[in-house]
Write a protein that binds this ligand. Structure first.
Ligand code: ADP
Ligand code: MG
Ligand code: MG
Length: 326
């Protein structure tokens, strides 16, 4: 842990960086006992990583996947809660968020980073195995069952969001009033800065990693970005990224390059950032209009930045050479 000694504050702030869930995480805690709290936070994230990993044979998720089409598996309360949320968000987004997409993600090689373009025949075989309706959750028995052999769940699009919610819950319980947690593309704010002003989060320009398209101010909320630029491979001059359209089994080509969701619920923000990326601008805006608990910042392939109306007071467009609209 590193003591920061924030400018203009008497309070102590502590920061540490760790690697978990296949991503770089930084935790920033303003509290006198911040050093100990950072250790607690790291332990909590490692605990969750062990449950949700798709590479660790003993994880809940690997147990579920290994027993697909065979039998129901008893899982921890966290795994049950996360899968329940994932299933519900899948239904809510008309399956744009599909936590059973793993057979397809594997076929593209995104798990092992051994990329291949699957044939249409392969995709046609695998697509029927991605239906969330075939993920059976028995809450009373604490079991999960994948109905068909070959099915597999992949929580890559939602697990970091859930972890951020659990971390925030833990830290708040321990009395933390001011902190931020960055888990890859997921940033969650606890309270405000020590001076009472909101935390300021830069939204990256998908076309230039050294630039940003604007700054959003949040307190007690999460800002979660999904972008095709975050993980992709190139073949014959074409880019193939890791956000799959569950309708086709191919990387979503929706005209967007990133989607940032602002929402109090980090789990929901994570699933929606993936889902709205798949939907594309028009369908995503139509979906947003039916909901009242999140806001969105879109960046399109043409470099246009569109923010939803609820962000008028908290999002400042800041990049150059882009078109901006609320
Ligand atoms: P990141 O992993 O960069 O944070 P996302 O949160 O958008 O990005 O999640 C993308 C990951 O989720 C992929 O790597 C894959 O494991 C999984 N995934 C891909 N497409 C979907 C989808 N349509 N629904 C649910 N999960 C998906
Ligand atoms: Mg996501
Ligand atoms: Mg993400």
């Amino acid at each position: 842990a590193q003591k920061m000694g924030e400018e203009g504050t008497q309070e102590d702030s502590y920061e540490s960086t760790t690697f978990a869930m296949d991503t770089v995480m930084t935790f920033h805690i303003v509290a006198p006992d911040g050093e100990d709290l950072l250790i607690d936070a790291e332990q909590e994230v490692k605990r969750l990583e062990k449950l949700f990993s798709v590479t660790d044979e003993d994880s809940d998720i690997e147990q579920i996947n290994d027993n697909a089409g065979d039998k129901a598996v008893t899982v921890s309360a966290d795994t049950l809660a996360l899968l329940k949320a994932g299933k519900q968000l899948g239904k809510a987004t008309n399956n744009a968020f599909d936590m059973a997409i793993y057979p397809i993600v594997k076929a593209w090689g995104f798990t092992e980073n051994e990329y291949t373009i699957p044939t249409q025949e392969t995709l046609d075989e695998l697509l029927p195995l991605t239906k969330v309706s075939n993920v059976t959750i028995d809450e009373d028995a604490s079991t999960v069952y994948l109905e068909k052999e070959g099915m597999a769940v992949d929580l890559g699009g939602i697990a970091k969001g859930y972890a951020s919610d659990k971390l925030a819950e833990l830290l708040k319980k321990k009395g933390v009033k001011s902190a931020w947690l960055s888990l890859g593309g997921n940033v969650c704010a606890i309270g405000t800065k020590p001076d009472g002003s909101p935390w300021r989060i830069a939204v990256q320009n998908p076309a230039d990693e050294n630039d940003y398209v604007g700054v959003v101010e949040i307190s007690d909320a999460c800002a979660v970005t999904s972008g095709g630029y975050q993980r992709y491979f190139e073949e014959n001059g074409k880019k193939y990224h890791h956000i799959i359209d569950p309708a086709t089994g191919k990387p979503a080509e929706s005209g967007l390059t990133s989607v940032t969701i602002i929402c109090k619920d980090g789990t929901k923000a994570d699933a929606l950032s993936t889902a709205l990326y798949v939907m594309g601008l028009d369908d995503a805006l139509a979906y947003w209009k039916t909901q009242d608990d999140f806001e969105v910042i879109f960046v399109t392939e043409d470099g246009e930045v569109v923010a939803t109306e609820g962000l008028k007071d908290s999002f400042t467009f800041d990049g150059k050479g882009n078109d901006y609209t609320y």
